[in-house]
Design a protein around this ligand. Sequence first.
Ligand code: MG
Length: 386
Amino acid sequence: MNPGPMLAPYAASDETSRGRQYPESPPSYRSEFQRDRDRIVHCAAFRRLEYKTQVFVNHEGDLFRTRLTHSMEVAQIGRSIARAMNLNEDLTEAITLAHDLGHTPFGHSGQDALNACMREFGGFEHNLQSLRVVDLLEEKYAGFPGLNLTFETREGILKHCSAKTAAQLGELGRRFVEKKQPGLEAQVANVADEIAYNNHDVDDGLRSGLITMTQLADLELFGEQYRQVSSQHPGLSGRVQVHEIVRRMINRLVVDLIENSTRLLTESAVSSIEDVRGAAGPLIMSSESVRRQSRELKQFLREHLYAHYRVRRMTLKAHKVIESLFAAFMDDPRLLPPQYQSKSVADDGAAPVSVRARIVADYIAGMTDRYAIQEHQRLFDPAALT
Ligand code: MG
């Protein structure tokens, strides 16, 4: 099915799709990428995103972004860009909604902690884990493991990976070995992710009081919109002022991205998705000046928000919870829930330790913030119910 009346020749389409790992008959009334999107929305890992941290721990407040609302914002931004550029909107939506499925509880600190635990067993990387979720861990269909998504959606989910891992991933990993680009919808999803988090972290950062408007006004990107809002609406303050600035920042970034990328596409003269994959670099890119402004904002957030002492305290707790859960399950896999236990203990005894470690990592990565905290209490607090 044609998802749009004017799909560009370099956009992904059902006709040029490299298909699914397990062949299936085409869907009725939907495109292949709509089907991918629908399978993602109906999977358990997607529902759990609601209770996973973005920057702030889920229970710190109901107003902060979670991985679910983050993913929806990324989808919104990605779809706007894809539609404006005549790219495949359904594929862009599928990739954006799936891009964080492999995230651990407690945001990036959770991922760092689990990666440290897994150092001897091949490490842990949330990107790769998102692919593992859709390829293997979701158990819903009779005919295949995982969600059996199209090559293009999986290509978009696997944003980056090491050369060593790429070699084990066959067809999907080849582009990292050959240094090729993914399709344009994957490139859009990638930039939409960045636009979404930079902006909502500013918004959440201000809401939490960890960063201030005065600090932000010194930054080029924020300052420009700040001054515009102040002159158009003198006297405006509070949440409305913040929102008026943030929505202008998002718009500035999206418009610049569409215009600059359209220029790059024309200049490079690509005429198919294979041309895009073989291009020297990404073709979805902001202008030089916006890239500089975004870097400045990112640097600011790194120094003043992500490294704030209150965020660091949360990081410490996340490390403790994840390290102690991991150690306990590795010491005694019989503490795992039955469905994980049967995978980690072979009929004739224990599975190899690296296999057990991966199963424990899958279990921990799948936890929501609050489930991880409860599981920690159940295991280590003598007063807690088991
Ligand atoms: Mg993300």
